[in-house]
Design a protein around this ligand. Structure first.
Ligand SMILES: [Mg+2]
Length: 374
């Protein structure tokens, strides 16, 4: 089996989007106090759809949501020539080839998002070639169903937030994650507003539900250290991305406070990035994103490393935030573009053992609502 062609399509949402109110979600731009420093900076209304075609008629599907126009260029100009003509079963060699060839400018960020998209498409091909779901190539089922959490609960009016949290509980979720709305530039009053968000969700769902909270890189170490004691009474399962991803020492200091478990890693890349996080004792939970970290080939190595250190892995999936809603931040677009992803029911997803590969197809009909650039 040989790789014959690669197609990259940049798809950009042309439909309406829900405007994001101020303080919708803290983010790294907040500390700059720019008037436009809202969550708008971190919306993703485009997607890169990658298809790899083999000479025996298989098609592997991958995707990328980080800076899709540039990720497309990286694949088209740098990765495609390395991969065409190769045997997809040489997947580890291909990963190393892509990684080493782009070493000077790749490694993290867009370069690794591009490699991830190709790697995921290659795994899809391997599954289809073996007529097995990819999860079976990786070791198979370890539990009957996989627990998932509802990941939304942005910072909105408290009554609205409480209603949304109760809805997830009624839908059967045993865990849910909210976002903070205020950061270092909002002073002590903002801290109390953050506390009110957490209190609202905790009171809405009671003590029998795991509640997590995400600062999305929007805080500083000093601010986070002041927030920890205020948040401690609410028994958060974890505090996510309290500081920027490069502040590994900040993470480690927060973890050493032992007040709330610290989670991170959705903006970290490759086995080497996670080795640093782990060696620095920086996180209680690892949240790599397979679409960024280097694809399934890297994700499974990071999972193995985490296992050796007894650090739970609860992956980030930028591509499949639950539940599907109208287009706001942009993660929702995954549900518009692709079909076949398992849907959560009663707080779990179930994997289909009859779907070979990753089980995804592209909804070509839905793509008519997008601008498509090939
Ligand atoms: Mg997050």
């Amino acid at each position: 089996m040989k790789i014959k062609q690669i197609r990259t399509r940049l798809v950009e949402w042309r439909g309406k989007t829900v405007p994001l109110p101020p303080h919708f979600c803290t983010n790294p731009m907040d500390v700059l106090s720019l008037p436009q420093a809202s969550m708008q900076t971190f919306t993703f209304h485009g997607w890169l759809v990658v298809e790899i075609f083999t000479d025996n008629g298989l098609v592997g599907i991958g995707n990328a949501a980080l800076a899709p126009p540039i990720t497309k260029q990286v694949i088209d100009q740098y990765l495609k020539p390395l991969v065409i003509g190769a045997d997809p079963w040489d997947i580890e060699f291909l990963w190393q080839h892509m990684y080493r060839k782009t070493m000077a400018f790749g490694r993290k960020g867009i370069g690794m998002a591009a490699i991830s998209a190709i790697d995921i498409a290659l795994w899809d091909i391997l599954g289809k070639s073996a007529k097995q779901p990819v999860y079976r190539l990786l070791g198979g089922r370890t539990k009957p169903r996989i627990p998932v959490y509802a990941s939304r609960l942005y910072s909105v009016a408290l009554e609205e937030l409480a209603a949304e949290a109760r809805r997830y509980k009624n839908d059967g979720y045993k865990a849910m994650k909210l976002r903070f709305g205020w950061g270092p530039t909002d002073g002590a009053e903002g801290m109390q507003r953050n506390v009110a968000l957490v209190r609202t969700v905790r009171e809405a769902v009671g003590d029998g539900i795991d509640v997590m909270a995400d600062a999305y890189m929007g805080w500083t170490l000093d601010y986070a250290k002041r927030m920890l004691p205020l948040l401690e009474p609410f028994n958060l399962r974890w505090l996510e991305e309290p500081v920027i991803p490069d502040d590994i020492h900040g993470y480690a200091e927060l973890k050493s406070c032992k007040k709330i478990p610290i989670a991170g890693g959705e903006h970290e890349f490759t086995l080497y990035g996670f080795r640093e996080l782990i060696e620095a004792r920086a996180v209680d939970y690892i949240q790599f994103d397979t679409n960024r970290v280097g694809g399934i080939s890297q994700a499974r190595k990071i999972a193995a490393l985490a296992e050796a250190y007894s650090i739970p892995v609860i992956p980030h999936a930028g591509q499949m935030h639950f539940p599907p809603v109208e287009v706001e931040v942009g993660n929702e677009l995954f549900w518009y573009i692709f079909e076949g992803e398992p849907k959560a029911k009663d707080g779990f997803i179930d994997l289909d053992e009859n779907l070979p590969g990753l089980g995804l197809t592209i909804n070509e009909e839905a793509l008519k609502k997008f601008g498509v650039n090939e």
